[in-house]
Design a protein around this ligand. Structure first.
Ligand code: ADE
Length: 253
């Protein structure tokens, strides 16, 4: 997959993408990440990319032309249409299902705004989708772009070492992830649940599913209303809830 990021700070994206899973995806040739600076497409000695907002008010607005030229340049060698995504708090909240769809595309262009925003005419003409990473305001789109790059990179086939792990993640089936434990078994902070040490794979799978259901019910109950739970799942969740009410039962958090 190729991702072009348009930002006044291309080095920032480069840094974020140098480590961990994203770094590995790049090393393995699974992710081609390219930074573009709209300032390189601005005119005049000052390479001006922003100006004061019409109607007054604080801050500066990014101008149409440098961004438009930058987008055109990033698209130049594209064989097919490349969606342009603008990261902004006004966008649709990002969810794993959308990450999965985007990660399956051969190319996307991410546009990062700074200052008070981007001239609306550029957004209307050139941007296909606006995405927010949450209901809070960042000082620019770079961190949001880095979040999206990371989420897409780890889904590129061949990136994760354990092919299973992306499927087992939180949200892949609409539920939160179950708890995880490692050595030592006994610690002053607690003991690893017995079932996980039993070697009984069916019992372990059942426990994990129940914990996922229970955690989702406790922490993000609104997610459950969007799911059609099977009979088995409903029975597991009922049991979990009973244990919550009478906490002598198995480990919960
Ligand atoms: N830019 C500034 N805030 C943002 C947010 N919450 N999500 C995406 N892009 C942003």
């Amino acid at each position: 997959m190729r991702i072009d990021v348009l930002t006044l700070f291309p080095e920032f994206i480069d840094q974020c993408a140098a480590f961990g899973v994203v770094g590995r995806a790049r090393e393995r040739g699974l992710l081609d990440l390219r930074g573009w600076n709209p300032r390189d497409f601005a005119e005049g000695g000052y390479r001006k990319i922003d100006d004061r907002p019409f109607g007054g008010g604080p801050g500066m607005v990014m101008m149409v032309e440098p961004l438009r030229r930058c987008i055109r340049a990033a698209k130049q060698d594209a064989a097919a249409a490349v969606p342009v995504i603008y990261l902004s708090p006004q966008g649709r909240p990002l969810q794993q299902a959308r990450v999965r769809e985007l990660a399956a595309l051969p190319r996307v262009i991410l546009l990062c705004g700074r200052y008070e925003g981007v001239d609306e005419r550029l957004l209307a003409a050139e941007v296909d989708e606006e995405i927010s990473i949450g209901d809070y305001v960042l000082s620019g789109g770079e961190l949001a772009a880095a979040v999206l790059v990371d989420a897409m990179a780890r889904l590129q086939e061949g990136t994760l070492n354990d092919a299973e792990s992306a499927v087992q993640d939180s949200f892949e089936d609409g539920l939160l992830d179950c708890p995880h434990y490692t050595h030592p078994v006994n610690h002053e902070l607690g003991t690893v649940p017995e079932v996980l040490r039993s070697g009984n794979h069916a019992a372990i799978a059942r426990w994990r599913r129940q914990q996922s259901l229970g955690r989702t019910w406790l922490r993000r109950p609104e997610l459950l209303t969007e799911l059609e739970l099977s009979r088995t799942d409903r029975a597991l969740l009922d049991e979990f809830r009973r244990w919550q009410e009478h906490p002598a039962g198995p480990d919960t958090d």
